[in-house]
Design a protein around this ligand. Sequence first.
Ligand code: FAD
Ligand code: EPU
Length: 337
Amino acid sequence: MLLQESYPLKHLNTFGMDVSARYYAEITSRDDLSVIFDDPGFAANPHLVLGGGSNLLFRGNYDGTILHIRLRGKEIVAENKDNVFLKAAAGEPWDELVAFCVENGWGGLENLSLIPGQAGSSPIQNIGAYGVELKDHFHSLEAWCKKTGEVKIFNREDCRFAYRNSFFKGEGKGKYIILSVTFCLDKNPVIRTEYGGLMGELESMDCSSPDIADVRTAVCKIRKSKLPDPEITGNAGSFFKNPVVPEKTYRQLKKTHPGIFAFPDSGGMKLAAGWLIDQAGWKGYRDGDAGVHPKQALVLINHGEATGTDILNLASRIQESVKKHFGVALEPEVNIV
Ligand code: FAD
Ligand code: EPU
């Protein structure tokens, strides 16, 4: 394993922040982790585990070691008449994994098509889209404990999945490195098209009885029409989470803002933050190279040379404005480094 100094990170974060790391190492085997964690020089500096860099915002250069997870491989570890249990190494690109499942006719992940990033990061915020969350097809994961160097198995309950949240963003934050994730996939897929827009897209494809390949095609089409391609415009997807408010708060907001978009959630009503930001007048706004995507106000974008601070300043102005207009607090989804 090679430890490199002053390593450029611009192409390793989808916001396209032009920053560098003091040290950088690619982790291609479990042995690499033992070696690096046994090194006293490494322990003296902070470190950051990096996947596809699609849910991160770097404020500036990273004064520590970036551990870039490059573990690869996937295998069927068990099978019965209904399910296939597929284990993917943490460094497998997420959308390649989804495409592989769809090609094999295994259902479950197709609504999560085209989400950037790696398989190993998918449980961290319990990725979700178009009516499905990772937890719905999660079986277990293997994680390397930084303190003991032992590998621990986490089942679904251990992971404490919630909306854009898990044990690894709370109590377990910074303590484990996910090595692999095992998914439970359906041999007889259940087609889920309830999420707004998906059914309409399938109808426009003339698809009255869709299969998982059709769902994948429709999800990819919708995503490409709304979300900026990070290869062209820097972004990290939704910058904020959709806020969950008590039912009573929602009813009051509905009186003053009849068009408000919300749907029931376990803790109350989940409001569409994109709608709130849009209604507060920010959609398409630009200040220097920091901006708000013209087609989806929940996505903050880097038009080229924005810094992490530029994006954070814009994010604070949006938070204040939404608070003033609606009395609702927005919490970032993106990990600020
Ligand atoms: P990174 O950004 O590299 O890391 C994210 C966090 O996980 C960091 O804290 C990092 O330290 C930690 N981490 C990464 N790998 C490991 C590991 N192996 N072990 C321990 N910790 C680790 N998200 C959704 O949920 N739904 C969407 O629809 C969606 N759409 C998006 C669209 C676009 C255009 C973009 C740019 C992003 C979108 N996202 C979406 C956000 C993002 O793609 C996901 O959160 C994704 O899972 C992040 O994966 P990553 O590998 O890039 O993680
Ligand atoms: N809306 C507006 N104006 C906007 C943006 C959205 O009015 O500028 C309205 C839409 O018209 C729609 C509603 O808000 O009625 C919801 O919008 P959308 O369907 O685009 O979904 P979202 O709630 O903004 C969430 C996730 C996305 C995920 C999509 C699809 C969060 C924070 N975001 O976005 O995830 O892809 O649903 O399921 O939950 C991500 O996490 O990075 C991400 C992109």
